[in-house]
Design a protein around this ligand. Structure first.
Ligand code: ADP
Ligand code: MG
Length: 259
């Protein structure tokens, strides 16, 4: 089952009642291997969407297309009403609007935590230092690392480094955040603090699309859960439905293995 996609044509003047992310008929192949076989998905502002599914089903590829990291073969993606899959779009503006956090946080090891958070707005957006510093400090306080600004990444736990990566992404003031298995590489004891940070962000109204293997977390945080398998959306719905009463045999099989 794919989502029913309301066929709104954008005039370039996007309003928040229209989908903030609108994906239509998306296909992506690597060579002759078709990874995404026609994805339709729209996300409203403030919505929290969790993507679950077996390894290799195309989850990472899907969310990487949303911020332009992976070019697509067919279909369209609109971000705030702007077509980003056409030949002409402003990559920089897109990166500013769409924040992304990966499993590997890749902080700069020889820069302090504060410098890591400040770097993109300073170098990419050329924003004034004092303004960026103030914002970076507020974000570090928000992810509960206000006392670590002068530390180096290597002095922090994995969970703390991942929270720095989240603050770093937020420092670009994105309108939406994408998370790709951000806790998968963490020690179990630091997973929770990262999930708490994401939960708080969602509660503040941030639009979030998350790929996660943390089913309890997905159930708790998601407005909608999307189950993908072999490049297709098999089933989508509120968490109570997907986890409590899955309709498709593939969803049931996947959940029986991970729950
Ligand atoms: P998931 O995140 O659900 O595990 P991915 O989107 O990472 O799935 O990958 C889906 C499939 O596409 C996998 O079989 C993977 O090997 C393949 N794939 C992903 N990225 C590339 C790439 N850059 N080149 C070739 N194959 C790729
Ligand atoms: Mg993946």
């Amino acid at each position: 089952m794919s989502e029913v996609n309301v066929n709104i044509e954008y005039s370039g003047s996007w309003t928040p009642d229209q989908p903030i992310i609108d994906i239509r008929g998306l296909h992506k192949s690597f060579g002759s291997f078709e990874v995404l076989k026609g994805i339709d998905l729209s996300v409203q502002q403030g919505e929290v969407v969790c993507i679950i599914g077996p390894s290799g089903s195309g989850k990472s590829t899907l969310i990487r297309t949303i911020n332009g990291l992976t070019p697509v073969n067919a279909g369209e993606i609109f971000i705030e009403g702007q077509l980003i899959t056409g030949p002409k779009f402003d990559k920089l503006a897109l990166r500013r609007k769409v924040g992304m956090v990966f499993q590997q946080y890749n902080l700069f090891p020889h820069r302090t935590v504060l410098d890591n958070v400040m770097m993109a707005p300073r170098l990419v957006l050329k924003e004034p230092k004092s303004e960026v510093r103030e914002r970076a400090r507020a974000l570090l306080a928000k992810v509960r690392l206000g006392d670590k600004e002068n530390h180096y990444p290597g002095e922090l736990s994995g969970g703390q480094q991942q929270r720095v990566a989240i603050a770093r992404s937020l420092c670009m003031r994105p309108d939406m955040m994408l998370f790709d298995e951000v806790t998968a590489a963490l020690d179990p004891e630091t997973v929770k603090e990262v999930l708490t940070t994401i939960k708080e962000l969602a509660a503040d109204g941030m639009t979030c699309v998350l790929v996660t293997h943390e089913m309890g977390f997905a159930r708790e945080i998601a407005d909608r859960v999307i189950f993908t398998d072999a490049g297709r959306i098999v089933e989508a719905g509120p968490p109570a439905q997907i986890f409590g009463d899955p309709q498709d045999a593939r969803t049931r099989e996947f959940l029986s293995q991970v729950l």
